[in-house]
Design a protein around this ligand. Sequence first.
Ligand code: NAD
Length: 350
Amino acid sequence: MDFVYNANPSRVIFGAGSRAKVAEELDRLGIERAIVISTPDQSGLAAEIAKAIGGRAGIMYPGAVQHTPVEVTESALMAVSSVRADGCLAIGGGSTTGLSKAIAYRTDLPQLVIPTTFAGSEMTPILGQTEAGRKTTVSDPKILPETVIYDPELTVTMPSFISGPSGMNAIAHSVEALYAKDRNPVISMMAEASIRALGGALPTLMDDPSNLHAHSEALYGAWLAGVCLGAVGMAIHHKICHTLGGTFNLNHADIHALMIPYTSAYNRDAAPEAMASIARALGTVDGPTGIYQLTQRAASKRSLAEMGLTEADLDTAADIALQNPYYNPRPVTREGVRHMLQAAFEGRAP
Ligand code: NAD
């Protein structure tokens, strides 16, 4: 067995009610005047947490938006300078974490992140940002948040049309980690445990959105999935979702949730060990079929047609997805990708 394992250094505090430790954790990072980041929707929650930390909340910035536009980062950097903020406190989903990472990338300020979705961005040294409508990604150790507080009491407010796709997005990180070129036994173990935890919790969350035990399980799975995403390379699924999301301006979690049955099925014969691991985690005979069954419960959109794409768009997407070569267990061909997109367009079982 040959492998390289690189652990990303971050401190994780997990548990219901753990947001009560924010002040203590800010002290640990030496943060005295944080910029408190959220989306406009979550400004109430951010204000509640800011109240609990008193003077350590230097300035509120409730302006995070999806895809981390550079203009928003520049405006947030002005807020940082205006109070000489010495750290970031981000409370929200991947978009909020993205803004915190964008600030840290430019300033090397320490970050404390409190995730409220299952996106997993807080565990990666990767930043995706948009400038003039183009999304690019950078990877740098400065981008990785130093401390993350996972409090499942904060994910319970997600309506099921957000929590379902968000959980499937996390599963997609773990699925691709299982067949990554640079996979290793530790990450593969985490990936399988992540799929098991999320696969068990998501159906419960769909029926009972405020079930705290299921939120705790799902958030645990999402943490593991984030570690996987930050540790090994992704393949066709992330490439296709990046292409579809960027070209047709689709919701990040929705497109991941819709595509993961099809992208995993694309690799079904080329990655048998990964498929066996997915099947074990979901208690099914076939991995991609198990994922498809889960999306029937948890995804908000069930076909690319329902997301507003046309058959002509599928040709465009297939062309773009083939522009830059990348690793995938099964060779990426135009015919194969176009065929896969057709199945996703129709929403049929893969
Ligand atoms: P999001 O952060 O955009 O949140 C979606 C919506 O849900 C927002 O309106 C938000 O205010 C709301 N919301 C969040 N938590 C809530 C809660 N607990 N209750 C009620 N509403 C809540 O969506 P996301 O899927 O978490 O993140 C997507 C973004 O993260 C994308 O830009 C994606 O590229 C990025 N991302 C980056 C990485 C990385 O490693 N760089 C990994 C995953 C995702």
